[in-house]
Ligand binder design. Structure first.
Ligand code: URA
Length: 442
C-alpha cells in the first residue's frame, strides 16, 4: 500500500477497502505514516465522508490498536454509557447506581477531567477514601457481588484514536461525523461493553450545533455499534446550558446524591431516567422502553438507587453515610455571589465559559498533571428562561481564595450569561432518540 494512493482515493471520493483501512491505521501507529499524510487523509475524510462500512472498519481498526478489556467474567449483559461532552454533566454518578439497582450490571471505566470538562473519577474522589484504582479481579468481583463498580481507566485503550485525535485537534478536522463516531465508538468497543447507550449533546456547547447534525452523528454511531455486534441506542439532548445547577467535583456529587434522594433538578432527573431506561432495555431487563422506565422510576422513588450508591462508595473504601450526610463532602471556605448587571430574562448560558471559570477556580486542570481542589466550583442560581432583576444573584462561586469583580472567573461568569428583554423560547431537554429501528424526534 502506498500512502499517497490511499489519500488520493479518499480525496476523489472513492471507497477504501477493509484491508486498506486496517493497514492505514496500523502503519500510522507504527510511525510508518507521518502526521502530514494522515492530516491530508483526515481532511479528505472531512470533505468527502465515509460509507457505513468504512466507518465500521475504521472504528474496529482503532479499537484493535491497543488493549481490549474482557468483561466476560461479569454475569449478565454489560451496558456502557457515553456522553459526547458536557459541563456539569454528573449523569454517570447517578446512572451507575440507578441502572445497577434496576438489575443491569454496571462495570464502568471513567476518566479524569481535562480543560473545561469534568471527569467522573475526579468527582468520585471528592468522597474521602473512595478508591478508583482497582485490579481487574477486584473490579469483576465487585460487579458480580453488588452490581456496580466505577474505576479509573487503566491500560492503553485505542491508542490510534489518541494519536489521531491530537492531530485532528490541530488540523481543523475534529468536526467530522465519521471521525467523531469512530473515535468515540473505538474506545467504547475496546472498553468491553456488550451494549452502549450514547448521550449525544446538541447546541451551542456541543460539537454538533444543530439537531440534524446531531441525529446524523447518532445514526452513524448506532450503525457502527450494530455493525460490530454491540446493541447501541442514542438519546439526543440539549446542551445550550449546563445540566442541573452544580459545576465542580464535590458540588456535583452533592447534586447527584440529592437527585438520587428524589429531589434533583428536573432536567438532570429526566435525562438520567431516560438514559437509564434505555440501558435497562439494552441490558435485557425489560422488553420495552415504557416497561424499563417503570422499573427505573421505582428504583429512584423507593430509595434503592441511593442505597446502591452507598454500597458502591463503601465497596470502594469511602464513607457510605455520605449519602445521608452531605456535610461530609469537602466544603469551600467562602462563597461569592455574581450579581446580574441587567434586568430581563436569561437567554443563554455559555457552558464552556462556565467550565473554564470553574477550572480557573481550581475545580479542573489545564494540563494532565495539575492537582485539583474538590470543594470549589459554581452553582447556577438562574437558568435559561428565568426572569432576573438587576442585582439578583446569577450564580454563586464556592472558593478557597478571595475573588472580586475583577477576578477572571467572575468576569467569565458575567459574560457566560446572556440577558435579554424578551423572554426566550426554552428548548426542550430531550430532542430525539436513535436506535437501530430508526429515529424518533420528541
Ligand atoms: N470525543 C471523542 O472521544 N472523540 C471525538 O472525536 C470527539 C469527541
Amino acid at each position: 500500500m502506498r500512502a499517497v494512493d490511499v489519500i488520493q482515493k479518499k480525496r476523489d471520493g472513492k471507497e477504501l477497502s477493509t484491508q486498506e483501512i486496517n493497514e492505514w491505521i496500523q502503519q500510522y501507529c507504527e510511525g510508518d505514516i507521518p502526521d502530514y499524510q494522515m492530516s491530508a487523509w483526515t481532511m479528505a475524510v472531512y470533505f468527502n465522508g465515509m460509507t457505513a462500512r468504512e466507518v465500521a472498519d475504521l472504528t474496529l481498526a482503532m479499537a484493535n490498536s491497543g488493549d481490549q478489556v474482557d468483561l466476560s467474567a461479569i454475569n449478565g449483559v454489560k451496558v456502557d454509557k457515553h456522553s459526547t461532552g458536557g459541563v456539569g454533566d454528573k449523569t454517570s454518578l447517578i446512572l451507575a447506581p440507578l441502572v445497577a439497582a434496576s438489575g443491569v450490571p454496571v462495570a464502568k471505566m471513567s476518566g479524569r477531567g481535562l480543560g473545561h470538562t469534568g471527569g467522573t473519577v475526579d468527582k468520585l474522589e471528592s468522597i474521602t477514601g473512595f478508591h478508583t484504582e482497582r485490579t481487574q479481579q477486584q473490579f469483576v468481583d465487585q460487579v458480580n457481588t453488588i452490581g456496580v463498580s466505577i474505576i479509573g481507566q487503566s491500560g492503553d485503550l485505542a491508542p490510534a484514536d489518541k494519536q489521531l485525535y491530537a492531530l485532528r485537534d490541530v488540523t481543523a478536522t475534529v468536526e467530522s461525523i465519521p471521525l467523531i463516531s469512530s473515535s468515540i465508538m473505538s474506545k467504547k468497543i475496546a472498553a468491553g461493553a456488550d451494549a452502549i447507550v450514547l448521550d449525544v449533546k446538541t447546541g451551542n456547547g456541543a460539537f454538533m450545533k444543530t439537531l440534524e447534525e446531531s441525529i446524523q452523528l447518532a445514526k452513524t454511531m448506532v450503525s457502527i455499534g450494530t455493525e460490530v455486534g454491540r446493541d447501541t441506542a442514542a438519546v439526543i439532548s440539549d446542551m445550550d446550558q449546563p445540566l442541573g445547577f452544580a459545576i465542580g467535583n464535590a458540588l456535583e456529587v452533592e447534586e447527584a446524591i440529592v437527585t438520587l434522594q428524589g429531589n434533583g433538578p428536573a432536567d438532570l432527573t429526566e435525562l438520567c431516567i431516560t438514559l437509564a431506561a434505555h440501558m435497562v432495555v439494552l441490558g435485557q431487563r425489560a422488553n420495552s422502553y415504557d416497561e424499563a422506565r417503570v422499573i427505573v422510576e421505582d428504583s429512584l422513588r423507593s430509595g434503592k438507587a441511593l442505597q446502591k450508591l452507598q454500597e458502591l462508595v463503601e465497596a470502594q473504601g469511602g464513607d457510605g453515610s455520605i449519602v445521608h450526610d452531605l456535610g461530609k463532602l469537602p466544603q469551600a471556605s467562602m462563597q461569592y455571589d455574581v450579581m446580574s448587571k441587567h434586568s430581563g430574562y436569561v437567554s443563554a448560558i455559555g457552558a464552556e465559559q462556565l467550565g473554564i471559570a470553574a477550572m480557573k477556580l481550581g475545580a479542573g486542570r489545564a494540563t494532565k498533571d495539575e492537582s485539583i481542589d474538590h470543594a470549589v466550583g459554581i452553582v447556577l442560581r438562574k437558568k435559561v428562561g428565568d426572569a432576573v432583576q438587576q442585582g439578583e444573584v446569577l450564580a454563586t462561586l464556592y472558593v478557597n481564595k478571595e475573588v472580586d469583580e475583577q477576578s477572571e472567573p467572575v468576569i467569565m461568569v458575567h459574560s457566560a450569561y446572556g440577558i435579554k428583554e424578551q423572554q426566550p423560547q426554552v428548548r426542550p431537554l430531550l430532542m430525539a432518540i436513535v436506535t437501530k429501528d430508526g429515529v424518533t424526534t420528541l
